[in-house]
Write a protein that binds this ligand. Structure first.
Ligand code: FE
Ligand code: CA
Length: 522
């Protein structure tokens, strides 16, 4: 650091401390700043709510007066007050409290709010010193298995900041979803060329680098507005850590022991920037438990699956490359090894008992890849992309068999990762048109991340009759309107993410009728 840099930093800290009266609170072994004064708005990353239940949700914010200077706050805990009201003007306060924003978690704040009424709209904000955050809106869900007639929600994934503006979220907010389901690649650890907007981290490895990426992503005003608009349900995919990683294996063959430390740092940065429960923080063995089931009354049950942390390595790695590739299953026989897992033992057992229990009208597998088969052969064999479910057919088959054997009704898979819309029916045997349809799948395109596979993927469609619709030429998200009789998915698009003022449209709409399997174009 230059002398100038350290002098600037000192002045900042002096400014922070000026007027605090140093009335330090003793909190355990940690000293907290009682009345902080900030050099800048400490709430510039916005506010968020997440993980809604019938009696509450998680509230999130992070104190960050200067995104580029982790020293802008003292390495001490800072008290943050929160309040929840039943009105947007924040006049009718129904709950309030104070928590400490700890430096070891980047002064992030997570409040696990309980005791609220089911199926209600609430508003919230934070205070730190004299600073006040924007007002966010959150909704509690109907009582689990209690009556719920309809819900509208949005499904997002894959948002490379450098590849464009997050204007899809502006359209999403205008459509007023009750919640947003994000299926991963919330950040990208690497930058791509040529950038529409720049990020100052070329390749994230350290906690500080992942933190900076998250903070910069959060400065997008449309993303912030979407977090403030409604609660999110979120599951990470690979790019929150590193492309195509699998458990302790990185695509670039980083030493597994070193890579796991990197992964834990990346997961921590996710926790620090998302409205997640404390259970999403790493335990003593470095594992984070993100998989969960959330029931929107008796209408829809959402089972979120973690497909990265516990999976076996990508098949047929070379010594220098561990990333996914298109491989023929007769050449790369590792793919068909029946022992290969995606969910890992613990999550697979949990899924086996929890997914089939108390089915709702609609039973959703919210996962981050594409569960439908997609044969990409060019020579008459059977070729799969090894990083996706195609590289783990035995693990995929367990999910299909569970739905079939336990007769889970109205099963819908939601996915992402492939930066394309894919609408498919999943049959017990995809090669047999008379085989029963066990579920339908909607895979969403990306918020911004590019895809250049239109001609190639279109050429594979005749071999893949289970795929009813494919398009990767537009960025966007999925808007779902669900009631007791029909599930509707609209594929919403943005015409150009390289400009802030993108225009929005519905590319196609599909429906699945209750009790009648298979997607229909509407
Ligand atoms: Fe992606
Ligand atoms: Ca991905």
């Amino acid at each position: 650091m230059t002398n100038l840099g350290s002098r600037r930093r000192f002045l900042r800290n002096a400014a922070l401390w000026a007027g605090t009266a140093l009335a330090a609170l003793k909190t355990g072994t940690r000293v907290a700043v009682a009345a902080p004064v900030f050099i800048n708005d400490p709430f510039q990353l916005g506010v968020a709510s997440g993980d809604p239940s019938a009696d509450g949700f998680v509230l999130w914010t992070r104190l960050a007066p200067d995104l580029f200077d982790p020293q802008a706050l003292p390495q001490e805990a800072i008290p943050v007050a929160w309040e929840i009201a039943s009105d947007r003007a924040m006049k009718k306060i129904v709950a309030h409290g104070q928590v400490l924003a700890h430096p070891e978690f980047a002064h992030s704040v997570h409040v696990d709010v309980t005791g609220l009424m089911p199926g209600r709209e609430y508003f919230y904000r934070f205070h730190a010193g004299a600073a006040v955050s924007r007002v966010g809106r959150a909704l509690t869900w109907p009582t689990p298995r209690g009556p719920a007639d309809r819900v509208r929600f949005a499904v997002a994934s894959c948002q490379a900041y450098d590849e464009g503006y997050f204007s899809a979220y502006r359209d999403m907010v205008a459509q007023d979803p009750a919640f947003i389901l994000h299926l991963g690649d919330y950040i990208y650890e690497t930058t791509r060329i040529p950038p529409v907007r720049r990020v100052p981290v070329a390749d994230a490895y350290t906690l500080e680098e992942y933190r900076l990426l998250h903070a910069i992503y959060k400065t997008d005003p449309d993303l912030q507005a979407a977090h403030a608009h409604c609660p999110w349900l979120y599951m990470w995919d690979d790019h929150e850590v590193a492309n195509d990683y699998a458990r302790d294996q990185s695509e670039r063959t980083q030493d597994p022991a070193v890579f796991v430390k990197r992964r834990i740092a990346a997961y921590q940065a996710v926790y620090e920037h998302m409205p997640l429960r404390i259970s999403a923080r790493a335990d003593a063995s470095g594992r984070s438990y993100m998989f969960q089931r959330s029931d929107y009354g008796d209408l829809a049950a959402f089972t979120l699956l973690d497909l990265r942390q516990f999976r076996d390595r990508v098949a047929c790695q070379t010594e220098t490359d561990h990333s996914g590739r298109v491989a023929d299953t007769t050449v790369c026989t590792e793919i068909t090894n029946p022992k290969r897992t995606v969910l890992g033992d613990t999550q697979e057992r949990w899924f086996g008992s929890n997914f089939v229990k108390n089915p709702a009208a609609w039973n959703v597998i919210a996962q981050t890849l594409m569960l439908s088969e997609f044969d990409q052969t060019t020579n008459g064999g059977y070729a799969v992309f090894t990083d996706s479910w195609g590289g783990y057919p035995a693990a995929r088959r367990k999910i299909i068999n569970l739905v079939r054997d336990r007769k889970v009704p109205n099963c819908i898979s939601l996915g992402g990762d492939i930066h394309s819309y894919f609408v498919s029916d999943i049959r017990d045997n995809d090669k047999d048109e008379r085989s029963p349809i066990l579920m339908s799948e909607f895979v969403g395109t990306s918020i911004t991340s590019e895809s250049t596979n239109y001609a190639l993927y279109t050429s594979f469609l005749p071999r893949n009759p289970q795929i009813k619709f494919f398009d990767d030429r537009k960025r966007g998200y999925m808007l779902c309107d669900v009631d007791r009789t029909v599930w509707k998915t609209a594929l919403r698009t943005v015409d150009d993410v390289r400009v802030r003022e993108g225009r929005f449209a519905t590319l196609r709409s599909f429906a699945v009728e209750n009790g009648k399997s298979g997607v229909q174009a509407t």
